[in-house]
Write a protein that binds this ligand. Structure first.
Ligand SMILES: [Mg+2]
Length: 181
């Protein structure tokens, strides 16, 4: 019998888990959005795999180096706690490079689904931009736009839910009527 696929939360990083810091290249500037740690813990406990999907065009634009990205990422994972995030996929290309992996392309979500054995129809994408909602839907997940980061000015499109922040998005997903992933 094939192994049962797991559901996942695909997470945008900047403006969703951590405060938007305009092409953050400095680990000292990493600030978690309040409530994120607790919300991730609750989602993990409910059985969701937690996967970050992030465009990091600052690398391709020459605003910061791969080493800067890695330092910021390391600091974020430290703040979130060891083992909380299952995997991170990032696209370093500038928009002009037309990378087929760059959000709103679902390519990075498909990479994660293949690597981790994820059931996309039972998964969600949470982000602060319309491209996050589009990415999730293109991959076959449901999607939530959060109003933190750039989210206050973004078009929610066909998002299944609009949340004031990540904690509210997690509470919506884990509400009693829909508690099992
Ligand atoms: Mg973002």
């Amino acid at each position: 019998m094939p192994a049962k696929l797991t559901s996942a939360m695909f997470l945008d990083r900047d403006g969703t888990l951590m405060e938007e810091a305009d092409y953050c290249s400095d680990p000292a500037k990493v600030r978690l959005i309040p409530g994120v740690t607790e919300a991730l813990g609750a989602l993990k406990k409910a059985g969701f795999r937690l996967v970050i999907i992030t465009n990091q065009s600052g690398i391709g634009r020459g605003y910061y180096s791969m080493a800067d990205y890695e330092a910021v990422q390391k600091r974020l994972l430290e703040l979130l706690g060891e083992g909380v995030i299952d995997a991170t996929y990032f696209c370093p290309e500038a928009p002009e490079a037309n990378s087929p992996r760059r959000k709103p392309s679902p390519a990075m979500v498909f990479e994660a689904a293949r690597d981790l054995g994820l059931d996309l129809a039972r998964s969600w994408f949470i982000g602060d931009k319309a491209i996050d909602v589009q990415c999730g839907h293109a991959a076959g997940t449901r999607a939530i736009l959060v109003r933190t980061g750039h989210g206050h000015a973004e078009d929610a499109g066909r998002a299944e839910f609009v949340a004031k922040d990540f904690a509210s998005a997690a509470a919506f997903i884990l509400r009693p009527a829909d508690a099992s992933p």
